[in-house]
Design a protein around this ligand. Sequence first.
Ligand SMILES: [Zn+2]
Length: 89
Amino acid sequence: MEKVLKWAMNCEETARRISLSLDNELPWIQRLLLKMHFYMCAACRESARQVQDLHDAFRQMSHPFEQNESIHLPLSFKQHIVDELKKHQ
Ligand SMILES: [Zn+2]
C-alpha cells in the first residue's frame, strides 16, 4: 500500500498510468489514486485531459463505422428501414 501511495504522488508514474486508465486496464484503486493526484496536481490534470482528447480522436478514427453509421450502411438497408417505417404509419 505504501508503494501505491508513493506513485500516487509521483507525476512520472501518473503519466504512465493515464494511458492505461484510458484503456480500462487499471484496477479501481489505482484509478482512485489517479483521481487523487489530479486533484492535487494541475499539470497532470491538464495532460490527462489532452491525452483523453487524443484518445477519443484516435478511437473515432479507428472505428469510423460506429461513429458514422448513417454513411456506411448499405443503401438497401436504409431502404428497408424506410419501408418498415412506412408500414407503421
Ligand atoms: Zn502530477
